[in-house]
Design a protein around this ligand. Structure first.
Ligand code: SER
Length: 595
């Protein structure tokens, strides 16, 4: 059914006046969205009337099979139904509505609820011959808070036109029966969903509203239709397969992995199958691994392929081998997938980078006697060593008490901080690191801000030496261009003081002192004299960053700090103060950079 279903679907909609439109790239031209998550993505501006489908496609009805990518379910990959990359079958109508009569198959203008529902049901039951007993549907029950009424029209169509009994029409709320918008704003509306054997197969969206940036819903002038049906899920039903991985969309891929790694668990086999397939499509659409946005998603997936291979002692080059199957299966449908030279180059580059990082990460974990959740997260964040590998590669005693839950707590904390920061600054995404204090958009910037962060600790130490121990941090902000450090002091610094501070800092830099952290109860950290930042509320267990050790001639700096930092001072490079100024009564600010 892998090819047949595509053909049947397009035939059906062509017979109903739809223009077949090619899948758009996984990388959308909409800056508010990272990757294409739905068939309607490429049509967003046709719903708003900004673009005209009639003139661009020769019809205000289109149909497509769209390459889609969703990361929201990434942790579910490996079960029976969840995938990162999948294809979505869809039909679309852009207003104004000319005829909503399903018998009117020659129509060319927009249609609406009745035609959309009747045709969808016809496709499933007549063309695909799915028995009506296997079907039930859901409709939108309304949302009082936003003044959006219940979708009684759809109810009536299912009940009266199609003849479904009342118990087969269930109601759902905003969570399940309202779609969109994708990104910050756009068309959206109530949905009716068709379930077969209790699995959701078709989502029919009535784009009746526009949600603006302030979160307000307004009724659109010309409502549209947007439907989406998961290709792989539908294959499961049509082929009578046990799960998506046993369908024609995966079978040769899974078989090849089983040949290469016969001992691998079912879940990891599926994970590799999903990831090799999805990474192939991402790279084919021009995504390159990086530390931000789509590049970051690709990097994570590629690294999971490598980590899974290492963890399971797989010696074959899984990606290279399995990619051949992906190419055979999809190359004729999506020619970009045939570009083996570029695709394998991206893979090989990332593989060597990650292997280098792993070697460093292993050295790091060897230093710890025991590894806590937050240390495991630190190693992940700094060296990219995934949790499973830390667990696998560290000594058994060190990870005895390390649980995924503890790691996940740290991971979530970080995610929330960076999400909140990124939303403020980049409208939803964009930064690889945003702790509030440190901000970096890519790998290069990341390494720069880490150097400046450690430089900030050294600066505070040197300032206290030169200006007195009353001096302490009042604020800090670090981006790839400069660090900014606010401190209490009531006069302008002399040029001599500034150069003395610089000299002291750089003297310590070249000593290559170790930089590391320990976790300890808050009161203990205070007892050892770690500097804290009075504005901040600290948890009971805190991280203290140290610079220097007994072996290196003594600890020179101890600060309450979440990190991350470089590992030794030599990595900082030369520190230069660029400016000193007042920012209020008793508060001064220096800006510095590293060379
Ligand atoms: N946009 C809807 C979805 O992705 C229908 O295509 O489910």
């Amino acid at each position: 059914m892998f090819l047949e279903l595509r053909k049947k679907f397009f035939e059906f909609w062509k017979e109903r006046g739809h223009a077949v439109v090619k899948s758009s790239s996984l990388v959308p031209d909409d800056p508010s969205v990272l990757l294409t998550t739905a068939g309607m993505q490429q049509f967003k501006r046709y719903y708003t009337g900004e673009l005209n489908a009639q003139s661009d496609f020769g019809s205000s009805r289109t149909t497509s099979i769209q390459k889609c990518f969703r990361t929201s379910d990434i942790e579910e990959v490996g079960d029976d139904t969840h995938l990162t990359f999948f294809e979505m079958l869809g039909n679309f109508s852009f207003g104004p509505v000319k005829s909503d009569d399903p018998k009117d198959t020659n129509g060319n203008g927009g249609y609406f609820k009745k035609a959309a529902i009747v045709w969808a049901y016809e496709f499933l039951t007549n063309i695909l011959e799915i028995a009506p007993e296997r079907i039930y549907v859901t409709i939108f029950k309304g949302d009082k808070d936003n003044n959006i009424p219940k979708d009684s029209e759809s109810y009536a169509i299912w009940h009266k036109e199609i003849g479904l009994s009342e118990d087969k029409i269930k109601e759902g709320g905003r969570e399940d029966n309202f779609w969109g918008p994708t990104g910050a704003e756009g068309p959206c509306g109530p949905t009716t969903e068709i379930y077969v054997d209790n699995v959701e197969v078709w989502n029919i969206v009535f784009n009746e509203f526009y949600k603006n940036k302030n979160g307000e819903f307004t009724k659109v002038e010309n409502p549209g239709i947007d439907t989406g049906m998961g290709f792989e899920r539908l294959l499961v039903m049509l082929e009578g397969a046990k799960n998506v991985f046993e369908t024609g969309a995966f079978h040769p891929i899974i078989s090849r992995i089983r040949e290469l790694a016969p001992e691998l668990s079912e879940r990891d086999t599926r994970l590799l199958a999903d990831h090799v397939r999805s990474c192939t499509f991402l790279i084919a659409d021009g995504v390159i691994p990086s530390n931000k946005e789509a590049g970051y998603i690709l990097r994570r997936l590629l690294r999971r392929i490598i980590a899974t291979s290492i963890k399971n002692d797989i010696h074959a080059d899984i990606f290279t081998e399995v990619y051949e199957e992906v190419k055979k299966l999809f190359g004729n449908i999506y020619p970009e997938v045939k570009n083996s030279v570029e695709i394998l180059k991206v893979w090989n580059d990332e593989k060597s980078k990650f292997e280098g990082a792993i070697a460093k990460g292993i050295k790091e974990i060897e230093k710890y006697e025991t590894i806590s959740g937050s240390q495991a997260f630190y190693v992940y964040e700094t060296f990219g060593l995934p949790f499973e590998l830390t667990k696998e590669l560290a000594s058994a005693t060190a990870v005895r008490d390390l649980s995924y839950q503890d790691y996940e707590v740290e991971f979530k904390k970080h995610q929330e901080i960076s999400r909140a920061g990124a939303e403020k600054k980049f409208g939803g995404h964009g930064l690889v690191l945003d702790t509030g204090e440190l901000k970096a958009g890519n790998e290069q910037e990341l390494s720069k801000v880490l150097r400046m962060h450690t430089a900030t600790h050294l600066l505070q130490w040197a300032m206290r030496k030169v200006l007195g121990n009353e001096v302490h941090q009042m604020g800090s902000d670090i981006n790839p261009e400069r660090l900014r450090f606010d401190f209490n002091f009531d006069r302008k610094l002399t040029p001599e003081e500034i150069s003395e501070i610089e000299r002291l800092v750089n003297e310590e830099v070249v000593k290559d002192l170790p930089v590391y952290f320990k976790e300890m109860p808050k009161n203990e950290a205070e007892k050892v004299g770690a500097l804290s930042f009075f504005k901040e509320k600290y948890p009971e267990i805190v991280r203290v960053y140290f610079i220097g050790s007994d072996e290196s001639g003594g600890i020179i700096s101890k600060e309450f700090c979440g990190g991350p930092h470089v590992q030794s001072t030599l990595q900082i490079g030369k520190v230069k103060i660029i400016k000193e100024e007042s920012v209020g009564k008793g508060v001064r600010r220096i800006r510095a950079t590293v060379e």
